[in-house]
Design a protein around this ligand. Sequence first.
Ligand SMILES: *[C@@H]1O[C@H](CO)[C@@H](O)[C@H](O)[C@H]1NC(C)=O
Ligand SMILES: *[C@@H]1O[C@H](CO)[C@@H](O)[C@H](O)[C@H]1NC(C)=O
Ligand SMILES: *[C@@H]1O[C@H](CO)[C@@H](O)[C@H](O)[C@H]1NC(C)=O
Ligand SMILES: *[C@@H]1O[C@H](CO)[C@@H](O)[C@H](O)[C@H]1NC(C)=O
Ligand SMILES: *[C@@H]1O[C@H](CO)[C@@H](O)[C@H](O)[C@H]1NC(C)=O
Ligand SMILES: *[C@@H]1O[C@H](CO)[C@@H](O)[C@H](O)[C@H]1NC(C)=O
Ligand SMILES: *[C@@H]1O[C@H](CO)[C@@H](O)[C@H](O)[C@H]1NC(C)=O
Length: 920
Amino acid sequence: MAIPSIQSAILLSFLVLFLGPYLQTAKLCSCSDDHKVSNCHFIERLALLDFKKGVEDPSNRLSSWRLDNEDCCKWHGVGCNNVTGYVKELDLNNIKDMAQATILSGGISPALAQLKHLKYLDLGGNAFHSIPDQFIGSVKELRYLDLSRNFFEGKIPQQLGNLSHLHHLDLSYNRFSIQELQFLSHLTSLEYLDLSGSDLSKTGESLQYINRLHSLSELHLSNCQLSSFPLMTNFTTTLSVLDLNDNYFGGFFFKAILNFTTLQSLDLSWNEIHGPIPRAIEQMTSLKTLHLKMNDLTGPIPDVLANLTSLECLDLEDNHLEGPIPLSFGALCKLKELSLSGNNISGEIAEFVNDISLCRPNSLLETLDLEQTKLTGNIPYSIGNLKSLRSLYLRETSMNGAIPKSLGQLSELEVLDLSLNAWDGELTEDHFANLANLIGLYIGFEEKPPKPLFFNLGSNWVCPFTKLSDLDLTNCQLGPHFPSWLRNLNRLDIIVLENIGISDKIPNWFPKIYPSLQILDLSNNQISGKLPLELRNGLKSTKMILLNLRDNLFSGTIPLNINETMPNLVFLSLSNNLIEGSIPSSICNLKQLIVVSLSSNNLSGELPQECWKDPQYLQVIDLSNNHLSGKVPISIWSAPQLSILSLSKNGFSGNLPPILKTLGPLRVIDIGENSFSGNLPMWMGKRLPHLEILRLRSNSFSGFIHEHHCLLHSLRILDLAHNGLSGTIPHCFGNFSGMATVDPTNPFSIYPMVINSHEFVDRVNVWITKGIELEYNGTLAFLKCIDLSHNAFFGEIPTEITGLMGISILNLSMNQLTGRIPEKIGSMQRLEVLDLSRNQLSGSIPPSISALNYLSHLNLSNNNLSGRIPSGNQLKTLPDPSIYAGNPGLCGAPLKDCAPHPDIHGLNHEEDKETICHFS
Ligand SMILES: *[C@@H]1O[C@H](CO)[C@@H](O)[C@H](O)[C@H]1NC(C)=O
Ligand SMILES: *[C@@H]1O[C@H](CO)[C@@H](O)[C@H](O)[C@H]1NC(C)=O
Ligand SMILES: *[C@@H]1O[C@H](CO)[C@@H](O)[C@H](O)[C@H]1NC(C)=O
Ligand SMILES: *[C@@H]1O[C@H](CO)[C@@H](O)[C@H](O)[C@H]1NC(C)=O
Ligand SMILES: *[C@@H]1O[C@H](CO)[C@@H](O)[C@H](O)[C@H]1NC(C)=O
Ligand SMILES: *[C@@H]1O[C@H](CO)[C@@H](O)[C@H](O)[C@H]1NC(C)=O
Ligand SMILES: *[C@@H]1O[C@H](CO)[C@@H](O)[C@H](O)[C@H]1NC(C)=O
């Protein structure tokens, strides 16, 4: 329990009085110890202990701070003057202290005011919230003060203005409310000032105080909501670092800054700067670092940037620059980092790379980031001469060709990202020969190219990059054997080997050597054998967040302890394998799940009670196409964030429970092909406003479609076929506005998920019947359809249905519908499938039907239709007479010719004439 500060101050003076003699003894003792002055004054030790009392220290960072550990100068973070023994330094920065990065929190005890000789105080990166005025007021010798990245709040302590010796002041990223900056007026020695992350937009004229800091050499005001700044002409000689990242300065200010010709580092990223980079930038000849990313810079990259011969880092990422990399850039021999990614720059990189590789004694380039550009051509062989290169990002450009073997010479290379390009040829052992420092290797393709990039590696190849932690080779060709070189890479955190052509058994050594695995994606291969998580000594990683093994030949059962071996799984897909047995309750106990997909296996039995009760974020459940049965637990129907629920093609039974009412976010319910029964609940319309797909096909639902169901405005796929539904089709079907548009503005996404910059898509299976069965996947994302076939609907087809112009499948067959086919059926321009067979429809076939240009499947058989079959372009491609069979009154091609008598039931006057014309 922390003692309130006033009491503790009293306690402290009491202790000093009471223990004064002891203090002296202590001093005497150490004096006699070979002229070494005491390393810790007792009163300071008590002050530090008092500070510790007010601090929460869950990780015991301050464990050395104990009364019985007398030499407080040796305590963690404490430094003393080696002559006087007074504490001169307190460094509890949590960011520098990464070794035991753990946060201290609480208030700062006023007892610290005892440390009168403190020169250096660094509390950065913790969670302290208050600092007493009297403490700041008493440490007058302070030269270095870093309170950055804590939760300090309220006004800046006034006494800060008295610390006239301060050289370094960092108050960045706290919750101070800063209305004015007068406290800076006496801090005339300040060389370093950082107020980043504070809202300075209300400081007005007092910003001028910054101008008076004549010794200032480094100024950081990033993320300060500033849009203007009085010109700091007084600094033109001292200021060397100016960081104004993430404000609203704009282009005018940028031009003014160009006069600061002594600046060595300038950061104006995220500042809404529009237009071209001014050529006058050539006068800033001292610049070593220039950050202009995330602005709206346009036009070409000016060649005069190459006049800045001291330039070490040039970051123009995410602007709208275009044209080639200037030829002159090859002369920037001091360049360590060049980032032009996310621009429209074009042309080839060959000349730049050739030139810079000629720098003597050698190129210093460490980072070359050209990803997401329009660069073309191939990677030049000379890239192998950039011996300092550590990161090469060429993701998502328009480059192509063979990847040069010289890449294998880049022995410092840590990150190689060549993904999403059109490389061809092969990669051999030479390509990797000296890449001993590689940490990330990414060569994935979006789709498997016709001639995939082939990894031609010997079966006994020992790969040199044993430190690799991140590997993504999606859609390359590595198979058919499981790559044995993975065996040397026991530091892998991320393995993405989707669709790389393996058809092999999973090796025994595979899973167990990766203790820190976070992502494993082996999907879409033909890997067989037991699930790697089931193997003895199998996969076991508390860091595992994504496991995707879908579309393979894995067998075995889901382990009973998956919640213990991989407790933090977020994404689990085992779909389309040969997994059997029941779904164990362990899988229901994965509390972090967002996506769980077990479809198309041989799973059987009932679902555990309370399954997936806990995961707060569960959004996708796909158990379709198994042999599961029994009631679906309420916990599944009521997962609060559920968006996609697919249970189709199983043997589940029961009703749609009222709890479903609470599921606002649901977008897909597919429970088709089960044994569900009961009515279609009325609340569905109101309670599920986001529902896009409702598929209840092939169950035993009964009752009616109610007008309330027409409130499902977002619906795109309504499949109620093969049930026992009855009643009429409501006129309000015309209200399904989601089906009325041809091109949805918001096409249904198939749940992409980005984890650590890898994108994972889980296909959800929705089987749409269109004569053939289709898996609902990317290509069907735009599909819209209504299927009410095989029920007992009666009455007329509501004419409003013809307003649903985006529909491509309309199947109303096998009901008891009467009346005529709506006249305007031809306005449903997208129709590919129209099946009205096996009803009692009468009258003639509307001529507009011949306007359906996409129609490929028509069935009007077994009704009471009559008259002449309309002729038309598209109808001519459907010559099969059976589609009109069972309508004794129909005539014309492809059926028998119409009789020349104009008295056939249902023929209207026009058709009469046509018939007559035809036969005249
Ligand atoms: C004492 O500190 C000074 C300055 O920090 C240093 O130069 C000197 O070497 C130190 N002396 C001893 C004995 O550690
Ligand atoms: C300390 O600061 C306060 C308020 O800014 C001021 O009134 C006082 O004179 C200062 N004291 C010294 C010693 O500078
Ligand atoms: C700039 O420096 C001059 C001379 O040191 C001084 O008189 C002037 O007040 C300063 N300007 C600002 C804005 O502080
Ligand atoms: C920059 O310097 C030039 C020449 O010294 C001067 O004419 C111009 O006014 C200055 N621009 C600004 C914005 O201070
Ligand atoms: C910039 O470099 C070019 C070519 O090297 C040179 O002609 C020009 O004079 C330089 N400009 C300045 C301001 O130094
Ligand atoms: C894992 O699941 C099993 C089966 O439901 C359960 O008995 C066990 O307590 C769970 N373990 C943890 C750590 O949640
Ligand atoms: C989607 O389904 C169609 C039809 O079955 C198939 O041709 C296509 O390859 C599938 N697309 C994907 C991405 O699986």
